[in-house]
Design a protein around this ligand. Sequence first.
Ligand code: PHE
Length: 450
Amino acid sequence: MQRASFGSKIGAILAAAGSAVGLGNIWRFPYETGSHGGAAFILIYLACVFLLGLPIMIAEFTVGRRAKASCGRAFGLLAPGTPWKWVGTLGVLSGLLILGYYSVVAGWTLEYVLVSLTNGFAGQGPEDFVASFQTFSQHPFRPLVWLLVFLLLTHFIVVKGVKDGIEKSSKVMMPVLFILILVLAGCSLSLPNAQAGLEFLLKPDFSKLDAGVFLGAMGQAFFSLSLGMGCLATYASYFSSDARLGHTALSVGFIDTLVAILAGLIIFPAAFSVGIQPDAGPSLIFITLPNVFQQAFGGIPFLSYIFSLMFYVLLALAALTSTISMHEVVTAYLNERFGWSRSRAAVCVTLFCAVTGILSSLSLGVWKTTFFGLGLFDLFDFVTAKLMLPLGGLLISLFVGWYLKRSLAYDELSNYGQLKAPYFPVYLFILRYVAPVAISLIFIHELGWL
Ligand code: PHE
């Protein structure tokens, strides 16, 4: 049977960018920036994306396109009979575990779309937003319904296949996302005192720098670029043989970074404009922002209404293109490894993630059991984003940097000599030395040893 592929290069770029652009950009990036002091964090983040993230992304692309198999099988095919196959298995497992709890937050975005749509934020004050977020996220079944809706949306797009599901939906959702984000940033920047927010984003204060800022920026770059679990390797297995890996990685990195900065340009000017500090942490976009939206726009209710509706739609779309990519990693693996049909494979993934998602969601409210001192939601977040992704990224760079033949890595980068790749030695140096050392540092830091 012929392997599925993306129909066009731009479709491939948009799908990979769709995976990268997600809650990581609009939810995690602003609060990380906010709590790490703004512009200085952003500068370091940019360095991490371009110096570490892009080489590792190209390495993932190399593995996927070369093996023409989803990440779960690609390592085993390129290194038969070696333990490298476990890197693929680790990726599949990370995808499965992240998808469950990520869908919980993704589901919240749908609740906020509905509340915005029905104008439920109108007339509320700061305490009301805290209370309603807590009541909602700890409710025994309301978040579960949204979680299931979100998983089903993801499921149906994945079942439709690579070209008709993933590529087509990305080609629609990504441009809509761009338009929304540009309009929102424009509105936010035109608010009174937006200047203060802009300065926070653009004027670095280097006195805030410490090891935590460096390591936080690196971790954020991995999460945001979808690195370390083979999502991008799986997508690259659908790339055509003339897709340019370096160029694609640069485009995806650029789009992902642009969206993160634009999300900052929406959130910080709006927050400063109403005198709210931007360091609220993870609750920033679910508690602080609805409040900001109500107070901004000089009390013109219609503008507040439209702004918050557009914002939560944007968030839901961004999350959806990312959940699709995680789902695809596992679905493609089950399909290839066990010969199951895509729909059967997808049903298993969706059911599994529904269970882990439901348990994670309940762990934020009625279910108090803890494991290693963490509720299940926090445990999944910690184990996947902080341990499994960096470990995956480390192993992928070692695999391409040291295990794969140098000529093979060069052939993939240069499309068998058709493209010039003068940066190849630098790329290889980063994979061999810089990335492994840097990632080991994140790792050690996350475990609290540094
Ligand atoms: N990059 C996604 C985001 O920014 C999250 C993600 C991580 C997706 C790992 C796939 C794999 O939200």
